[in-house]
Ligand binder design. Structure first.
Ligand SMILES: [Zn+2]
Length: 275
């Protein structure tokens, strides 16, 4: 458990393709003295923070002064798991690379770079009062608790069905980090017709067929799909700028609701305390 502000111990780079653009993109990670994670694209510094989120339809996209970076959630989850609070990420395209569809390669890069600790604290946000947001049959709520504790329920057609998972101490839940993103077979054609997911393949997503998983290797974990929804939620929660301590219950949540939850949380300073 980290207590203080941290950054990476040395510079490193990661290259891959964007899921939606299909274009190669390189990230360069630089140590940062200032608190928080921020992207630098086209000379614009964009804090990776909930109040910079401009689109949540396909992924979490942050924007500022005419520059935007999409699909930040898996990278943000990797920062959370690595315990990194301060970092500058230079990016040469508009979308964070999808890599294997999980946070694994980002996490490995950070782990190899190592962690440098600053004397300042103020990295934890402790929830003081329950906050909840709802949209149709989806909802997510957070209440006071002494760890980040997440219970996630997802519901898709068979063979996925309804899956539920609880992770009571997220900081040490390493099976979440390499759980991959997924899509239903019938959605692929529509997405491609819309000119999206140009970089999508069985190398970076789990594809759910009518009877079984399409990927020849199958799943990495029996609960990989619900694990991945937890990964997305962790990444989105880290756009709070803090390591949240609270008990989260989520039902069919996604990037939009996750962002609304943070806006609701920050709308009243008595909902939380920072230390
Ligand atoms: Zn995801």
């Amino acid at each position: 458990m980290i207590k203080r502000q941290t950054t990476i111990n040395r510079i490193f780079k990661i290259t891959g393709i964007g899921l939606h653009t299909g274009q190669p993109v390189t990230l360069e990670f630089l140590p940062r003295r200032e608190f928080g994670i921020a992207f630098v694209f086209k000379g614009v510094t964009i804090p990776a923070r909930y109040d910079m989120v401009a689109d949540t339809r396909l992924s979490t996209l942050i924007a500022s002064e005419g520059a935007s970076v999409s699909t930040v959630e898996h990278l943000m989850a990797a920062f959370y798991f690595s315990g990194i609070t301060n970092c500058l990420v230079y990016i040469d395209g508009p979308e964070v690379p999808i890599l294997d569809g999980s946070a694994w390669e980002f996490y490995q890069g950070m782990w190899k770079a190592g962690v440098y600790e600053f004397p300042e604290n103020g990295v934890y946000l402790k929830v003081q009062r329950q906050v909840e947001v709802t949209l149709n049959d989806a909802w997510v709520r957070i209440k006071p608790h002494n760890t980040l504790d997440i219970t996630m329920t997802i519901e898709f057609r068979q063979p996925v069905g309804k899956q539920k998972k609880r992770v009571s101490d997220v900081e040490n839940a390493f099976a979440i980090i390499n759980s991959r993103t997924f899509t239903l077979l019938e959605e692929i054609e529509a997405i491609k017709k819309a000119g999206l997911a140009k970089g999508g393949s069985l190398d970076n997503a789990v594809v759910i067929g009518m009877d079984d998983i399409v990927n020849p290797q199958g799943l990495r974990y029996r609960k990989e799909l619900v694990n991945h929804k937890i990964l997305d939620l962790i990444g989105d929660l880290y756009t709070s700028g803090y390591r949240i301590m609270g008990k989260v219950e989520a039902h069919k949540t996604g990037h939009h609701l996750n962002n609304l939850l943070l806006k609701e949380l920050f709308s009243d300073p008595s909902n939380y305390s920072i230390y």
